[in-house]
Ligand binder design. Sequence first.
Ligand code: FAD
Ligand code: NAI
Length: 475
Amino acid sequence: MSKSFDVVVIGGGPGGYIAAIRAAQLGFSTACIDDWKNEKGGPAPGGTCTNVGCIPSKALLQSSENYEHAGHGFAEHGIEVKGLSLNLPQMLARKDAVVKQNNDGILYLFKKNKITFFHGRGAFAKGDANGYEIRVTGTAEETIVGKHIIVATGSSPRELPGTAFDEKMILSNTGALAISPVPKRLGVIGAGVIGLEMGSVWRRLGAEVTVLEALPAFLGAVDEQIAKEAHKLFVKQGLAIQLGVKIGAITPNKKEVTVEYVDSKGIAQKAVFDKLVVSIGRVPNTTGLNVESVGLKLDERGFVGVDGDCKTNLPNVWAVGDVVRGPMLAHKAEEEGVAVAERIAGQHGHVNFNTIPWVIYTSPEIAWVGKTEQQLKADGVAYRAGTFPFMANGRARALGDTSGMVKFLADAKSDEILGVHIVGPMASELISEAVVAMEFRASSEDIARICHAHPSLSEATKEAALAVDKRSLNF
Ligand code: FAD
Ligand code: NAI
């Protein structure tokens, strides 16, 4: 007799494991299947995010920033560091330990919530609205049945055609998080989120980093004014960013990788790197799911097709996270996972796509929520803008981190906040205030009239809100 569950979740990343926890909280018997293995072959739940994404990248960003501060930033504070050296194996080991703490935390949460965990790959075998058989292969080998199935199989790095990842010379995010020793010359193809975060890590640790981007505009999805400011700061830090390039042949040998490309002026170029990171986006993980056996439909780009409620074309089959449309972000995956579990319980789970924040964890950080100025212009929306530079913020001066600004965009008539964009220190934390404000449909005046602690970076948020009405106090 196969084991039966109310809810079977395929994939144990932030979309899947959070959906499983919420389903269990709601009283459903719940199973989660995940195939990620640690170096000993044991389970390592948490998906891309925990193993080769959000968590290890932030660990290395922190470590490399500490190293850069010790080397270049502390002297201004009167702290002189002599004989500074980099222990890269220790830095990488710390990153691995942080990942393991998160893997173990998720295994603990499965136990705590009485979720049955299967370490292996899940694939549809057969089924209908009365229940679906899922074949598990790997460490666990059995067939289980779920009344409801949540597909949360995530995404994988996109390869450049003809250039497979070998994780030695041509690196995806996985290899980019484990380079040793620090390469002298690091090439990065794609000036997106991974390219900028990983490029920053290795530049801080001593690599000469060249980023080659196909599009003519830098960070096209980001508010233009913010993107321009960020570009200026990154170039000043030493990231060589080339926009509008067309990548040609990529030829690796055992020691180096040669990249031929045409630059924005149409001139053929050749660059030689010790390692090459390819970060040109990600593709959904659906191969091996055996979707044909039950008739689960994929969309034209290979994502599992879902409606606004994460319902697929099949009754009681849902899909969340990177494997469906929308931004590939861990918190988006989690919100969808929670909402689906609640919908299965007959509740009205909801995800507001307009208030999903984005953060790029460079230094300074870039964070935003809502519409950009270029989107408002394209939509013909009348708006008022207010900006405030961190240069005029007392806490930023005390921190010694005064680059960047906060920018508010508010509806010209109602003053409702339509977007908030930040480049600057702790932007990842500051953006939460804007998200809360937008969820409650606050006006810029609401933020401008709220008392913010002094001295704090959040005063820059208040001041930018005041600037919408041209009445900043400190600038
Ligand atoms: P995943 O995390 O990819 O998890 C899917 C899981 O399902 C994996 O364990 C996979 O092995 C497993 N799986 C796949 N198929 C099967 C199957 N058939 N059977 C069983 N298991 C299966 N997002 C942020 O919000 N903030 C960040 O700072 C951030 N940093 C990132 C840094 C990097 C370098 C990368 C690559 C990504 C980053 N992301 C970040 C994006 C984030 O990692 C993803 O959006 C998030 O992991 C998506 O969650 P998910 O649950 O949909 O999928
Ligand atoms: P991305 O979509 O952020 O950036 C890819 C970049 O590569 C784009 O600028 C694109 O124009 C460029 N590109 C595409 N094809 C190219 C080519 N042939 N030649 C040169 N440039 C090319 O994708 P990335 O950086 O791979 O990250 C994938 C996703 O992972 C992100 O979109 C994001 O959803 C998630 N992520 C989130 C993070 C965060 O929240 N802080 C951190 C890292 C990843």
